[in-house]
Design a protein around this ligand. Sequence first.
Ligand code: NAI
Length: 723
Amino acid sequence: MSANLVSKSKVFQFKYENNICIIDMNDESKGVNSFTLEMLADIDENMPKILANDKLEGIIIKSSKHNCFAAGADISIFKTFTDKAAGERGSKELHRITNYFANAKVPTVAAIHGTCLGGGLELALACHYRICTAHASTQLGLPEVQLGILPGGGGTQRLPRLVGIAQALDLILTGKKVDGKKALKMGLIDELVPENQLFEKALALCKKKKGSIRRLPSSLGIVSSMQGSFDMQKIALEGNPFGRAVISKQSRAMVMKSTKGRYPAPLKALEAVMRGVELPLEKGLDVEAKLFSELVISEESRSLVHIFNIMTAAKKNPYPKAVQEKAKNLYMDPLNQGDATVGVLGAGLMGSGISTVLAEKNIRTAMIDKDANGLQRGLKSVSSYFEERFKRRRIKWFERDSQIYRVSPSMSFSTLKTSPIVIEAVFEDVKIKHDVLKKCENAIQNENFIFATNTSSLPIHQIAAAAKKPQNVVGMHFFSPVPKMPLVEIITTDKTSQEAASAIFDLASKMGKQIIVVNDGPGFYTTRILAFQIAEALNILAEGGKIEDIDNAMEKFGMPVGPITLLDEVGIDVGEHIIQVLFDAFSERLKVPNEIENIAKEDRKGRKNNKGFYCYVDNKKDKPDSTIYKHFNIDRSNFDHKEIADRCVYVFLNEAARCLDEKIIKSEDEGDLGAIFGLGFPPFLGGPFHYAKVLGKKNVKEKLNELALKHGKRFEPAAYWDF
Ligand code: NAI
């Protein structure tokens, strides 16, 4: 009966059981099922044959992949949308293909286990019924806005008709995922079942619904009564035009607050939902296709897709398989099996943050500090993090307790006896770093232990110079706050062994971090380019620019905070020290105003002691502190925001390019990842290298030449701009 059904993509298997057609997806070439054009062509070719079978009593679509139903469209599909017309055609094709399931005369059921995202969920939404497993890997969502587009396969139309407008917007505008339990509660699925019963329950549902298929309403009026489980107030709100206008206004305000209007996708998605629910479904789908086509060719979407691609590529451990295997045996296995602890030296801001993330990822940690109060503070910070997660119901009480329990505080290095890896986060002073390295060498039995330093600016080879085994010294640069900031910059010297670097790569992966692996040098990559930008902001300040103008100009450019605010956040003492290290290395071109040293000497540490470039009231940033200006013998004037942004951005682009010229970073992609995930470079611009290409390398060079004439050598174009 299934002989005439053929999967050219080799992803689908078709079989019949009691007249029910079972379509099974499993793309063996990938870890996930993601829809390619070939897969869509397979559905298109086979569905008419399946539906033409007059004995057919139902269709079940499922996956036999481990923990994945379907993760959405394969990102390569986007390349085929070269213009708006192609984008609109593409979306309409998806509508046509998913409609096979929606318009079938027999019940169609999506049996979901594992990730069900984007196009995967849109296919499931087109089915008459969805059941899913209660397994932790089962996550449903429409993350398209995170790629700068909207769900173009019917998601903006079918989801609100199924679960109501407010709940649909909550998923569509944020890209948020929900688990099976939440999906059931919101009416997104019909049944939540144990993993081993998924198939039999899907069969039973198909049989049960034969002859009484529930279909989505065409217009919204009926929506809220459908699933029966909604709160009456919400039903009343969504059921009338005034209520819908309120929801639309509130959602728009929420989007503008979180995106500052820089990302068009959530606003267009909102428009698609709000316009679509007033129309018959088919017309709503047309609105969706039109708006999708506008987004899919936007620069923002291209940037976000670029980021997605480079993030995916950077997840792979770059070292040879044999090296990875050896490193795993030596270092990761004892940690994963719970036989050993990672040592964390320093229980300050960074050490406690690092210990928190290790504990969260089930790795036992010995947190060492020389100071009892410091240790106490560090432990408190670890506990508060898990306490907060418990209060927000993200973890259960026993998870909270076991995670906190994984961090053992100590003042003695002997606790590290069995540690295969130590992460150092003591004061930024090479002598202290050498001292703790020696103490580790004396205390740790495994002479091949790795010493990973979290220095933010000291060259790693300087720290390794005191090591018995410099091949086991590597930089592991985290960003503050550690649990929130996604990047780890791994820094290798010419002596670092591949095994050590590979083990640190695996550890950072296990900690859920995005990773770049760079070569050693003053400030490595991220600290170096940031220091040039902050120094430029200080130069503008020294030339009479106002604090708020500098910060506003850079926020307008898209940075999460301006460079002066950032200096207050990092600590003026810390920032000044780092800039000094960088100045020593690049004094021929890095210009730093002398006044910054005097400002730091005034015991202005920024937010830490509520005394910085800004005033602080009740621990909150207030107005700029005008007493700062007395350090500069110049009247304040209004600097043009564009001029400020040009100087701070171009110096940053140029220094990033120099890092590539000098092979500190190995690729443009690595440079983009580091700037976005470590420094908050605006994702909608795709990273400094992606952005420079959009501007045109030739144009960037011209602008740099112009700035160099006015402001000096730091703007002289790097060789990179010539190629
Ligand atoms: P912190 O001052 O908050 O903590 C340092 C901790 O190290 C203190 O608790 C101190 O008692 C302890 N300590 C000092 N000497 C010690 C010794 N000999 N033995 C044991 N413990 C000792 O400093 P923070 O901010 O955590 O920075 C630590 C390291 O991380 C520095 O190298 C810094 O450059 C680097 N870093 C800092 C970032 C930040 O945003 N604060 C970002 C990235 C790196």
